[in-house]
Design a protein around this ligand. Structure first.
Ligand SMILES: [Zn+2]
Ligand SMILES: [Zn+2]
Length: 103
C-alpha cells in the first residue's frame, strides 16, 4: 500500500502545510480541518466523497493524541493520529468552533 504524503495549501485557513515528517498528514496542523479522501486506511486516498472533515473529539492513547474527525458531507467518522507540529493547544477551541457545522 502506497501512502501519499504531500504538501498542500489548506482550503480552510489558507496556510501552507509542509509534508509531515513522521506519519502521513491528513489534516491541517493549524485549523484541524481535513478532506474526506481516505476510505478505510489513513493515506489510502480511496474515498470519492471529498467532503470537509472537522475534529469532534480527541483522546490520548499510548502517549499519542488521536483526533476523531467527522465528515460534514457523509457523516463518516475516523480517528487520525495528530502530528508533531499540530497546534494541539488550539484543538479544544476548534472542536467547539466546528460543533456548529454539524447542527
Ligand atoms: Zn487550515
Ligand atoms: Zn465524507
Amino acid at each position: 500500500m502506497k501512502k501519499i504524503n504531500e504538501d498542500f495549501v489548506c482550503a480552510k485557513c489558507g496556510k501552507y502545510v509542509p509534508i509531515a515528517k513522521i506519519s502521513c498528514r491528513n489534516h491541517c496542523p493549524y485549523c484541524f480541518t481535513s478532506m474526506h479522501l481516505d476510505q478505510k486506511i489513513p493515506g489510502d486516498r480511496k474515498s470519492e466523497c471529498k467532503g470537509e472533515m472537522f475534529p469532534i473529539e480527541y483522546k490520548l492513547s499510548n502517549g499519542e493524541i488521536k483526533i476523531l474527525f467527522k465528515c460534514k458531507k457523509c457523516s463518516d467518522i475516523h480517528w487520525n493520529k495528530s502530528n508533531i507540529d499540530d497546534e494541539i493547544s488550539c484543538l479544544d477551541e476548534y472542536i467547539k468552533k466546528y460543533y456548529i457545522e454539524f447542527i
